[in-house]
Design a protein around this ligand. Structure first.
Ligand SMILES: Nc1ncnc2c1ncn2[C@@H]1O[C@H](COP(=O)(O)OP(=O)(O)OP(=O)(O)O)[C@@H](O)[C@H]1O
Ligand SMILES: [Mg+2]
Length: 265
């Protein structure tokens, strides 16, 4: 059974409902709605300035929609501050890598796990035993993720000295460390070569299949989106142009027109 068939008839994991975002006079998103179902890889495409990152930032709570709602398992996420989004299972990477450049790979990934363990100074001192147990499980988790993403060899290397492609993998590792239900990826293929994009596609699929995650993939690389997404949502000028299977969206006349009229192709 395909992911899409599995998803049919079930309530969405994430629902974007009529979301608009206005910056000053600019309407960056204009009444966008779509559903994400458990286990889906959903590709979000559109020419430059279409509103992809704006929507992505609404999902991770960096931007507050001017109107509309975003529901995770039926509950609105819009009252939740950005630092409490990992708790409900939303993890993200950034369009431009946003790691701690002077920390090691291992420490960057460790920071990711803290999004879920949520220890602070007070609870650290009051519940030392619990924290110690938690630290052991954190270390175990960090090692497991480093092995999973083939980063063990660079575990103790400072991030700033690593090639860009490896840094992007570290960012993925950091997001995975919080065990998200939904993984939000903003242009993970940006700056990667052909071979690296191919490997990344396999990796994203593997993460979905083996770690049972749902993935939102914002991406310019059409080859990647069309080869791994189950469902594609196309935006242009802040509006949803089309949605459907990759095959359906690829031949949609409005989508073709939007891309022909842009500098992307
Ligand atoms: N923080 C902001 N302040 C003002 N305008 C913004 C802001 N962020 C985005 N915009 C505007 O909103 C529109 C959508 O931008 P957005 O970055 O979401 O597009 P995108 O689809 O991610 O583009 P790209 O493919 O280039 O990454 C653009 O017109 C952009 O200039
Ligand atoms: Mg963007």
């Amino acid at each position: 059974m395909t992911q899409a068939q599995l998803a049919q008839g079930t309530s969405p994991l994430l629902a974007v409902r009529d979301v608009s975002v206005v910056f000053g006079g600019i309407v960056a998103l204009n009444g966008v709605s779509f559903d994400m179902h458990k286990g889906q890889i959903l590709g979000l495409i559109g020419p430059n300035g279409a509103g992809k990152t704006t929507l992505f930032n609404c999902l991770s709570r960096l931007y507050q929609p001017s109107s509309g709602d975003i529901l995770m398992e039926g509950a609105s996420i819009l009252t939740r501050p950005p630092h409490r989004i990992a708790e409900i299972g939303i993890g993200r990477t950034f369009q431009n890598v946003a790691l701690f450049p002077n920390l090691s790979v291992m420490d960057n990934v460790r920071v990711g796990t803290h999004a879920r363990t949520s220890s602070d100074i007070v609870s650290d001192s009051l519940r030392l035993a619990w924290i110690r147990r938690s630290e052991t499980s954190v270390n175990k988790k960090v090692h497991e993720i480093l092995a999973y993403l083939d980063l063990e060899d660079v575990a103790h290397t400072t991030v700033s000295g690593l090639p860009f492609g490896t840094q992007k993998r570290v960012e993925l590792a950091r997001a995975l460390a919080a065990d998200p239900k939904i993984l939000l990826l903003d242009e993970p293929a940006g700056g990667l070569n052909h071979e690296e994009v191919y490997v990344l596609g396999d990796l994203i699929r593997k993460i979905r299949d083996e770690r049972h995650m749902t993935v939102l993939l914002v991406e310019h690389h059409m080859g990647l989106v069309m080869s791994i997404a189950d469902h594609v949502v196309a935006l242009n000028f802040g509006k949803k142009l089309a949605e459907g299977t990759p095959a359906q969206v690829q031949v949609d006349p409005d989508v073709i027109k939007a891309y022909l009229g842009s500098k992307d192709q």
